[in-house]
Design a protein around this ligand. Sequence first.
Ligand SMILES: Nc1ncnc2c1ncn2[C@@H]1O[C@H](COP(=O)(O)OP(=O)(O)OP(=O)(O)O)[C@@H](O)[C@H]1O
Ligand SMILES: [Mg+2]
Length: 136
Amino acid sequence: MVKWDARKIIEDELNKQSIFKNRESLMPEYIPEALPHRDNELKLLASYFRHLIVNPGSMSQRVLIVGRVGTGKTTLMRTFATNLTSIARERGLSFDYIHVNCYRNRSLFSIVRDIALQLGLSVPHRGLSSKEIMDA
Ligand SMILES: Nc1ncnc2c1ncn2[C@@H]1O[C@H](COP(=O)(O)OP(=O)(O)OP(=O)(O)O)[C@@H](O)[C@H]1O
Ligand SMILES: [Mg+2]
């Protein structure tokens, strides 16, 4: 009879080939290297947010992206924003991209606090108003 070997059982499991080619691609934060069929949408976003680069501080543009579930709205925006940020910084502009999930952050305070945290400010859980954080 073969001797029972706990170590071997564990090692066999560890050495097993994963069924995943790239597990990270299933994470919500994952951004594919290429976004097929999104050239026109990227162009549109660039034209809408042009003034941020060409004439910083001149106006406040809002864009609402709508589309069916999982069609790539978030990915498109993240790709656009990270690229725009690096372009702006290369041009010497102080530019930050903040992504707030309003499903998780369900109050003004929570949203403003998330923005502050992403900007590197330390904000207490309570004790400050939204306006105080905004001012900071
Ligand atoms: N142009 C594209 N080509 C192929 N895959 C894409 C493309 N854009 C996004 N994806 C992939 O499709 C999936 C869904 O993308 P994403 O989360 O951005 O969709 P969404 O529209 O924001 O979804 P939801 O409506 O749930 O917020 C992700 O795995 C993303 O990597
Ligand atoms: Mg989304």
